[in-house]
Design a binder for this molecule. Structure first.
Ligand SMILES: Nc1ncnc2c1ncn2[C@@H]1O[C@H](COP(=O)(O)OP(=O)(O)OP(=O)(O)O)[C@@H](O)[C@H]1O
Ligand SMILES: [Mg+2]
Length: 359
């Protein structure tokens, strides 16, 4: 069952089209990450689902029920959409205690008093804030304040939460901890969560599936973290997820050679993954997938070598291109290469992308 269905929504601010025929189906009981660069339209998607923006065309359904469609003259107000929201800048109210902050959505809905108490206690338990009822936000750490915001979202809706960069302002360790807590809470409650962030690592850690958006707001790829890492749909996705090197390559005499230095043969035959109909491409490769191997005919020189305790981080010059290489200490009898040294490299896990896809 789809929890949310966005069907070809268009959102425009004056002459700036942010979302064009944007469609996305979000199944019940999953955490879906929406990830993309700043300004691509993530918050606009969240605000449209919540009802703060009414898309000029297309429709949004929640639990199969139409929430908005100009064509059908439907636009359900935000408070009737039953969505719990945690926005980065949607802070807790400083003048209300933890209890009153979390109880607020229920009081607004005029829920019975004993029901309010039960739900607030339940929500506080879910975010590890038990016993903090009387604390004021000023007496809480940043992480605890975010927990209050999450608990408040939970009392708005136990089954659909939208979190838009909820933990971006926290330090790394706390972020990690909250991600684990959000995951555990979601598993306990079966909540559907839309988790919006530009932090692809957090999304990978937390989400069942991730939608990666292009800078123009269209979907570049939807999949599990594994699918996205193993099979990036485009050059943009490959670059967005982790550190990457790109080498311009061309076809010459049936071989793949480096464009800058055509004497460097990358592949003796054209690989199956070569983009059809192209005579040039960009070879994408991760720093971990470059192996130093003295027997290789692909020669490079080491321009910088940094020892990081458990790995070597190299910059090498390959046909005049600066390439990053990462080798784990102790792997394959790896010994340190010195700056200026001439080395052979083997390129594993090569991916070829069409040239014009530059982002
Ligand atoms: N109310 C508005 N009026 C005019 N332009 C807007 C409005 N809201 C958003 N935009 C524009 O729409 C585009 C998308 O904004 P949005 O906030 O959805 O991006 P985002 O992906 O959430 O970015 P970030 O990662 O920085 O939060 C931006 O170019 C922004 O300037
Ligand atoms: Mg945003």
């Amino acid at each position: 069952m789809e929890k949310i269905e966005l069907d070809k929504i268009c959102v425009r601010f004056k002459d700036h089209t942010v979302l064009k025929d944007f469609s996305l189906k979000i199944p019940s009981g999953q955490i879906i990450g929406i990830v993309g660069p700043s300004g691509c339209g993530k918050t606009t998607i969240a605000r449209s689902i919540c009802g703060f923006i009414n898309p000029e065309s297309g429709s949004i359904k929640i639990d199969g029920k139409l929430m908005c469609s100009r064509q059908s003259h439907v636009n359900i107000p935000p408070e009737e959409r039953k969505i719990g929201v945690v926005f980065q800048d949607y802070a807790v109210w400083p003048h209300l205690s933890v209890y009153d902050n979390i109880a607020y959505p229920l009081k607004k809905r005029k829920a019975p008093k004993d029901q309010i108490n039960d739900q607030v206690q339940f929500a506080m338990e879910q975010v590890n804030l038990k016993g903090y009822d009387k604390y004021m936000p000023s007496q809480l750490s940043g992480g605890q304040q975010q927990r209050v915001a999450i608990a408040r979202a939970l009392t708005s809706s136990g089954d659909l939460l939208i979190m838009d960069e909820p933990i971006t302002n926290l330090d790394a360790k706390l972020r990690e901890q909250l991600l684990v807590e959000i995951r555990l809470m979601q598993q306990r409650l079966g909540t559907t969560i839309i988790y919006i962030t530009h932090d692809q690592e957090a999304a990978m850690q937390l989400c069942d599936r991730i939608a990666i958006l292009n800078p123009d707001g269209s979907i570049a790829q939807i999949g599990t973290d594994e699918e996205i890492i193993k099979n990036p749909a485009s050059r943009f996705v490959f670059r967005f997820i982790g550190v990457s090197n790109f080498l311009p390559v061309i076809l010459k005499d049936g071989k793949v050679v480096l464009e800058n230095d055509q004497s460097i043969v990358i592949e003796p035959i054209v690989p199956d993954s070569w983009p059809a109909g192209q005579d040039q491409a960009d070879l994408g490769i991760r720093p971990m997938d470059i192996v130093i191997d003295s027997s290789s005919s692909i020669r490079a020189s080491v321009t910088q070598s940094v020892f990081l305790g458990n790995m070597y981080n190299y910059f090498i010059s390959l046909g005049g291109l600066d390439i990053r290489v990462q080798r784990i200490t102790g792997q394959d009898n790896e010994t340190e290469c010195k700056e200026g040294q001439n080395i052979g490299v083997k390129l594993l896990q090569k991916r070829y992308f069409k040239r014009e896809e530059k982002a």
